[in-house]
Design a binder for this molecule. Structure first.
Ligand code: PEP
Length: 232
């Protein structure tokens, strides 16, 4: 493989013992893996920084600080060791009613704190390439308002592919991600949605795909390390 393929692992609301990743990685140095545990576990995962592993969070407050019960600020995440943060995930839009304008505010707070936002976008129904391109560009038009484009990562995640085992065709992924890059100027774009053992070779070979946002498979450290090694 001739490009650096970024693996971003979203553990969601699961608590995975850090020793599982420690044992899978052993003494290896891995510089293209971002692990995103739940807020409480981030500090435990700092031990893996000695192996080159980077850390991320799964959400952040749209406010910088103050009386916002239950919220966690971008500067707190930075202090915990996070250099990346997933925002606008479809599960947050669906269950926590996160809006595009909130995602935009979250991106701004993260950039102020020196954290790279990983902004999720993706269409909710499988209606072909044109529909998907229009859908994600409309989302990004709102989310990227007044944002330094060169400092963010976009994760294209068709909602119908998340956790379902269904993966779009290579040409669909290629068309949507190429359009995102062409029309927004974003330079780093990941694919997300049922990425794993059966499709990693094909997806990582697509020229426009810079990495993967991985949900379910990220809870299997041996598999992630195996895939990462295979793509070196
Ligand atoms: C996700 O939730 O961002 C995701 C891509 O999940 P999965 O890999 O399980 O489809």
């Amino acid at each position: 493989m001739n490009k650096r393929f970024l693996f971003v692992c979203n553990f969601k609301m699961n608590s995975l013992d850090v020793m599982e990743y420690v044992n899978a990685i052993k003494d290896d140095h891995i510089d293209n893996l971002v692990l995103c545990p739940n807020f409480c576990d981030i500090k435990d995962y700092a031990i893996l920084k000695r192996n080159g592993i980077m850390l991320g969070a799964q959400n952040v407050s749209e406010f910088s600080g103050g009386a916002y019960t239950g919220e966690v600020s971008a500067s707190m995440l930075k202090e915990s060791g996070a250099d990346f943060c997933i925002i606008g995930h479809s599960e947050r839009k669906k269950y926590m009613f996160e809006t595009l304008s909130q995602t935009n505010q979250k991106a701004k707070r993260l950039l102020e704190a020196g954290i790279t936002p990983i902004i999720c976008v993706g269409e909710d129904t499988e209606k072909g390439d044109d529909f998907a391109v229009r859908y994600v560009l409309l989302e990004l038009n709102e989310v990227l308002k007044d944002i330094a484009i060169s400092k963010v990562i976009v994760a294209y995640e068709p909602i119908w592919a998340i956790g379902t085992g269904k993966v779009p065709s290579n040409s669909h992924i290629q068309n949507v991600i190429s359009a995102i890059k062409k029309y927004t100027g974003v330079e780093v774009c990941l694919y997300g949605g049922s990425f794993g053992e059966n499709n990693y070779k094909e997806i990582s070979s697509l020229a426009c795909v810079d990495g993967a946002l991985i949900g379910g498979a990220s809870l299997k450290p041996n598999l992630i390390v195996k895939i990462q090694k295979d793509l070196r």
